[in-house]
Structures are given as structure tokens and as C-alpha cells.
Write a protein that binds this ligand. Structure first.
Ligand code: FAD
Length: 345
């Protein structure tokens, strides 16, 4: 269990919980906080060894620019703050425990995990993101020899790139953000993208073009020659086929991620591709089971942290009413301003 969980209550497996949250990414963490605010007995379960979901596993050293209240925040710092916020109400936290089954019971639900444990809960909030995720890799299996020797699909620690020459491949937000962040510490950064339009936030693209990152549009990776560590990369212009050999120490590939919902697909929930369909109160088709964050979908859905935490708030309020029919959906404001509470009903 990571330091971040020091505040968590000791797990009592046999207790009946008001709400069990499956997935301790940013959305699950905020859900745990909000359920604590609403006086609920909460359990948080994640298959990973640490809190934070994609932020901890895939991009702890990347800045996030679109989180309300933060002009920019490192993913690892956001996880630290979300964890502190979530753990202040002492939810029970179970890490390294993948939920395999969801079964309806008289009191609510039984969740069976890989460890052979059964968790009892009145309601469930699924914030399992994209399920198990793995980066999409370069299409030549022989490049696996460079993994750990200069070929990167994730960046768990930015500092290892200090003073190095880096090729970033890709045209989405991750590629653009990494190129800009690496540019601050690396000796030089080149970014290749196979088209001339980026799939990234307009402001980030503007910053990229204004930076000293060498941007090669209509360029793709042709080959990574040699053995041992990466020393060069051959790229080509996909319009003229002209080749260029770049001297680089590292290649950072950003082709997105492959996701697998795994056991959740078998729980009888309405699915749209790899997402759970929810209504405006974040309820799935199974009464008492809510979903929020990347795993949920509805018309207008945006897969962002800032929208996900709002969804978690609504899901928790729905769960609260289910556990306590006398409770109201809107609980009032956290700062307890009675004038506003009166105005909101
Ligand atoms: C490189 C990159 C950069 C990004 N940058 C931004 C950005 O700048 N701004 C932004 O808003 N968004 C960004 N995103 C997207 C953002 O990370 C996601 O929207 C966010 O993580 C979704 O949070 P979540 O809590 O819904 O799911 P996740 O973060 O995916 O967490 C889900 C958790 O559920 C757990 N889980 C899954 N299945 C089970 C199971 N059966 N049992 C137990 N646990 C389970 C997983 O282990 C995981 O920890 C980025 C994504 C990537 C990959």
C-alpha cells in the first residue's frame, strides 16, 4: 500500500458498506471524498498497487493544464492532493485487488475479487476507467529489443531524459505535451507526425510551434537501426519518401492505448463499445450500480478528469438517496452557506 493510503481505515472485509467504488483513479478518488462528505461508509478497490489510475500508471510526470483551479499541475501532484482529499474521511482502501464479479444480493451487491474476497455493499460506483490498459506499440515486434534501452511508450520519470537527444513520435495531446516538457530538460527534441494537423489542444500546438522543438510534419518512422541502445532513427517524408537519419538517444512513441474492460463486460451492464451507458444521475441499467469517469457514456460525454469528478459527485448523490431514501440529492454546499442552500432547492 502506498504512503497515500496511510489515512485509510483498516479493511474489515465482512462489513456492509454504503458505497463501494471500483477504481481508484482521479474520478474514484473524488467519489470517495464526496461520499465521505455525505456521511457514507465507503470502500475503494483498485487492481493496481497505488492510487491515481492512469495518472500514476501512465503519466505521473506530465503536466495537466485543464484541471479547474490549477493553471498547471503535475499528474503525480494532482493524485497526491486527490488522495489526501479522499482519505480524510477514512474510506477503506483495498489495492492490488481486481473485482471479477458483481452479484445482486438482498442487501445490495456482493463483489468478488481475484483474491477470493467477497465485499458486501449496498451500492456500487464503477470508475474503472478504460479497464486494463496497455500502450499501442510500433508495428515491428523486433523493436522490443530497444524497450528499456531508449524506446519508451510511457514516461514514469522525466528526469532520465536530462541532456539527451529525443525523438517524439505522434500527433495527439500526449505527443505535443511530452515534446514541450522534454524540451525543457533534454539536449534537443524532434517531433515527427504523419499529418500536418495535430489532434491536440490548439493552445498546446501553438506553444509547440513557438518552441525550439524541431517539428517534422508528414514524417514517419522508417527504422531503428542497430542493437543495444538506440543511437539513431531513420524517418521519412511520406509525400516524397525522402529519408533522414536523426542521431537520437531516445524515441518516445505516443500512439494511444489499447483498453480492455475485462470482467466488467460480463456483469450484465449496458455497454456502448467499451463504455457503460448511464442516465443523467449516472445510473447504469442495474439499479444501485452507478458509473462515472472514462468508463461511462451518455450524449455529450467528454473523457476528461474535470468532467469525471463532476460525474462522480452526481453518482454519489444518487447512491446516497438509495441508501437513505430521506436524504436529498443536493446536499448543499461544502462551505455550508445556508443562503445558497436555500436558493438552490
Ligand atoms: C498520456 C495521457 C495524458 C492525459 N492527459 C490528460 C489531461 O491533460 N487532462 C485530462 O483531463 N485528461 C487527461 N488524460 C485522460 C485522463 O487520464 C482520464 O480521463 C482519467 O484518468 C480518467 O479517470 P478515471 O478515474 O475515470 O479512470 P482511470 O484513471 O483509468 O482509473 C481507473 C482505475 O480503475 C482500475 N480498475 C479497472 N478495472 C478494475 C477492476 N475490475 N477492479 C479493480 N480496479 C479496476 C484501474 O486499475 C485504474 O486504476 C490523459 C490520458 C493519458 C493516457
Amino acid at each position: 500500500m502506498s504512503d497515500a493510503t496511510h489515512n485509510a481505515a483498516p479493511a474489515d472485509v465482512n462489513d456492509l458498506y454504503d458505497l463501494t467504488i471500483i477504481g481508484a483513479g482521479p474520478v474514484g478518488l473524488f467519489g470517495a471524498f464526496y461520499a465521505g462528505m455525505r456521511g457514507m461508509k465507503v470502500k475503494l478497490i483498485d487492481s493496481l498497487a497505488e492510487l491515481g489510475g492512469q495518472l500514476s500508471a501512465l503519466y505521473p510526470d506530465k503536466y495537466i493544464f485543464d484541471m479547474a483551479g490549477f493553471p498547471k499541475v503535475l499528474a503525480r501532484d494532482l493524485v497526491k492532493d486527490l488522495s489526501e482529499q479522499a482519505l480524510q474521511f477514512h474510506p477503506t482502501v483495498c489495492l492490488e485487488e481486481k473485482v471479477m464479479t458483481l452479484t445482486k444480493t438482498d442487501e445490495g451487491f456482493a463483489l468478488g475479487t481475484e483474491k477470493g474476497v467477497t465485499h458486501r455493499t449496498k451500492t456500487v460506483l464503477i470508475t474503472a476507467g478504460v479497464g486494463a490498459f496497455a500502450p499501442k506499440k510500433l508495428d515491428k515486434p523486433e523493436y522490443a529489443r530497444f524497450e528499456g534501452h531508449g524506446l519508451h511508450y510511457m514516461i514514469p520519470n522525466l528526469s532520465v531524459f536530462k541532456g539527451r537527444r529525443i525523438l517524439v513520435v505522434g500527433g495527439g495531446d500526449s505527443a505535443v505535451d511530452w515534446a514541450l516538457m522534454l524540451n525543457d530538460i533534454a539536449a534537443e527534441v524532434t517531433l515527427i507526425h504523419r499529418r500536418d494537423a495535430f489532434r491536440a489542444h490548439e493552445d498546446s500546438v501553438k506553444k509547440l510551434h513557438a518552441s525550439s522543438v524541431r517539428v517534422m510534419l508528414f514524417h514517419e518512422l522508417k527504422d531503428l537501426p542497430g542493437d543495444g541502445a538506440i543511437s539513431s532513427a531513420i524517418v521519412y517524408d511520406n509525400r516524397t519518401k525522402e529519408e533522414t537519419t536523426l542521431t537520437v538517444d531516445d524515441v518516445v512513441v505516443n500512439f494511444g492505448f489499447l483498453a480492455n474492460l475485462g470482467p466488467i463486460k460480463t456483469w450484465g451492464l449496458n455497454l456502448e463499445k467499451i463504455s457503460l451507458v448511464v442516465n443523467q444521475q449516472m445510473e447504469t441499467n442495474i439499479e444501485g450500480v452507478m458509473a462515472a469517469g472514462d468508463i461511462s457514456t451518455y450524449p455529450g460525454k467528454l473523457k476528461l478528469i474535470v468532467t469525471g469528478v463532476g460525474e462522480a459527485t452526481m453518482a454519489v448523490c444518487t447512491a446516497k438517496m438509495r441508501c437513505d431514501p430521506k436524504a436529498s440529492y443536493f446536499p448543499g454546499h461544502s462551505s455550508g452557506n445556508a443562503a445558497f442552500e436555500g436558493a438552490s432547492h
